[in-house]
Design a protein around this ligand. Structure first.
Ligand code: 16G
Length: 243
């Protein structure tokens, strides 16, 4: 911050003055992802209480200009990744951005899905399907949790495949299945505790939730829901005027 930026006594509350000073500093001097000074340093530099600093920072976190990383400090927000709406695998999507994808398999089993999923996949009531839960990372950062159901007859023996690599690749290799159509809905959700833990965010933080039913040559194969970090992701759509 420049030397003219000072918190003074006056009608404007100190936390609001400090907030604007920090906002200018962030916009002018701090590239996305930079750490900001500690509460104590800021309190000393601007001659205000730590409570004032906390309040100013809290507001900027709420606005999305800063993000807190548990145990690491506070950083200027990273630009969001933009999600293009094509039928693309996570692995391809990240590679195209020059990021290294990684996948952890958190659960793999055979269970009866909820009726909605049974309907989407064309399963008989209480017929089991494969259930997969995976955490996806980009350059090491947890970005999404995917919980999906797979039709057992379309992908027999799915649990034996390498589920820490691209699933779409595996489906092509082992079953000659190319998912060529999907119906996807997007909604927002506040992170529950489990999802927050998996993504390294706080319970209640915003998520973008995509539910996708994908099919190959008209036959439904996956009913997958992906929870993406709302602070790291945005969605882009190509809109053509058709009517
Ligand atoms: C994406 C899809 C997900 C799909 C996965 C396959 C969204 C919102 N979700 O994450 O439905 O199962 O890609 O990726 O786009 P993979 O081939 O890398 O495993």
């Amino acid at each position: 911050a420049s030397t003219t930026d000072r918190v003074v006594d006056g009608p404007t509350p100190k936390h609001a003055q400090l907030r604007e000073i920090l906002r200018r500093a962030i916009e002018r001097e701090l590239p996305p992802g930079s750490p900001i000074p500690s509460e104590r340093d800021l309190a000393e530099r601007y001659q205000v209480s730590r409570l004032t600093v906390r309040s100013a920072i809290g507001k900027l976190v709420e606005e999305g200009l800063l993000t807190r990383a548990r145990g690491k400090g506070t950083f200027t927000a990273t630009r969001r990744m933009e999600l293009q709406l094509y039928l693309m695998s996570f692995t391809d999507d990240m590679r195209r951005r020059g990021l290294t994808p990684a996948t952890e398999l958190l659960h793999c089993g055979s269970e009866a899905p909820p009726p909605e999923t049974a309907g989407a996949l064309g399963l008989a009531p209480r017929q089991p399907a494969y259930r997969l839960v995976r955490r996806r990372r980009a350059d090491g950062v947890p970005l999404a949790v995917e919980r999906g159901w797979y039709h057992p007859r379309r992908v027999p023996g799915l649990p034996d495949l390498d589920l820490t690599s691209s699933l779409y690749d595996q489906l092509a290799q082992h079953y000659d299945l190319r998912l060529d159509h999907a119906r996807q809905t997007v909604r927002s959700e506040a992170a529950d505790r489990e999802t927050a833990r998996l993504l390294g965010i706080r319970a209640g933080d915003p998520l973008l939730v995509f539910r996708r039913v994908s099919s190959a040559s008209g036959v439904p194969v996956e009913d997958m829901t992906s929870w993406y970090r709302g602070d790291r992701y945005e969605v882009t759509m190509q809109l053509d005027r058709t009517v």
